[in-house]
Design a protein around this ligand. Structure first.
Ligand code: ZN
Ligand code: ZN
Length: 342
């Protein structure tokens, strides 16, 4: 099969082609695994974190990609949940132990044995991949493969972030950063909390304009003060300055949810600007979002169907994965990037 493979960690600024197109043997499904012929794989900011070493793959080489849509092509001897030809999706959660206290409490995203698709095991930047049938998701009709792919990560993790804010209808929500996840969160909020006003902080004028077009009440630069205090803020940026600014804009008792697997180091000094009375006092909370559970994925897919969500997408060929990653890094174009694979 054809696959785009990461052999060594590097900075994307220095190396614009971190992934190499290779011909590899097709994976073979064993036990309860299914073999998936991949049609589309989404491109996620987390891939930049993997390649640049902020959340490095434990072993190399590795095939990245964790928003995988495809069709069941073959099955292991103990796999019977799907039929050949069924459309399935594979998300960031590739496996969890199923036995630890976290797994048993429904928090499989916190399992010490959590394995991430495309980081800990080969992912979807390839023609084929295998996965345990219990970790493959049925994809509802009504979405094209390209539309469905970004729902598996940007959508599902956006859904989890929103759940963790504990937002109530009518409370103000801030979104710091307005990428693939932000625009899906805005659409979810409009559906689930119609009285809530959404305030968007983004450094690019394009992203700000896009958010207003989609219905945000206000959009400003990351450093701007919001016109009203915000009950909850979801931060999806890779930087630290937005965290400090967000704490400033929080209402008393408000909650900041950081939806970023890792933060970049370069502006970490900004944290020294945190002043306890203005940024943390009056019971302001900070919480991070770690991974996703299967429940997040399946609940979000159902919600996306009910809402008729159509993510904005931009398609690339598998061979163009490096270009897609570079564009994601430099943020030139809106919408979610996906690789088409035939
Ligand atoms: Zn992702
Ligand atoms: Zn576990």
């Amino acid at each position: 099969m054809k696959a785009m493979v990461l052999h060594a960690l590097c900075s994307l600024e220095e190396n614009h082609t971190p992934l190499e197109m290779m011909e590899l043997p097709d994976p073979v499904p064993a036990g309860d695994e299914i073999l998936v012929k991949v049609s589309v794989c989404g491109v996620c900011h987390t891939e930049l974190d993997e390649i640049e070493g902020r959340t490095p793959p434990p072993h190399l080489p590795i095939i990245p990609g964790h928003q995988v849509i495809g069709r069941v092509e073959a099955m292991g001897s103990r796999a019977s949940a799907f039929k050949i030809g069924d459309r399935v999706g594979i998300a960031w959660i590739y496996s969890a132990c199923g036995r630890c206290t976290f797994c048993l409490a429904g928090n499989e995203n916190l399992c010490p044995d959590f394995k991430a698709t495309g980081r800990d095991v080969n992912g979807g930047y390839a023609q084929y991949m295998t996965v345990s049938q219990g970790f493959a998701h049925r994809i509802p009709q009504g979405f094209s493969d390209s539309e469905a792919a970004p729902l598996l990560c940007a959508g599902a993790i956006g859904y989890r972030s929103l759940r963790l804010t504990g937002l109530k209808d009518g409370q103000n929500l801030g979104l710091t950063g307005f990428g693939a996840s932000g625009h899906l969160v805005l659409k979810m909020v409009q559906h689930l909390y119609p009285k809530t006003q959404v305030f968007v902080f983004a450094r690019s004028a394009q992203e700000r304009a896009f958010s207003l077009e989609l219905g945000a009440i206000w959009a400003g630069e990351v450093r701007e003060e919001s016109p009203e205090k915000l009950h909850c803020i979801i931060d999806t940026t890779p930087a630290w300055a937005p965290v400090v600014e967000a704490l400033m804009n929080l209402e008393s008792g408000g909650k900041l949810v950081i939806n970023a697997i890792r933060k970049e180091e370069r502006d970490k000094d900004s944290l020294l600007q945190i002043a306890y009375p203005t940024h943390l006092w009056l019971e302001k909370e900070i919480k991070s979002v770690a991974n996703i559970s299967r429940r997040d994925v399946s609940e979000f897919l159902a919600l996306a169907t009910e809402m008729g969500i159509r993510p904005e997408i931009q398609e690339f060929d598998l061979e163009e994965a490096n270009e897609a990653l570079l564009e994601l890094k430099t943020k030139r174009i809106r919408g979610a990037k996906v690789l088409r694979i035939d």
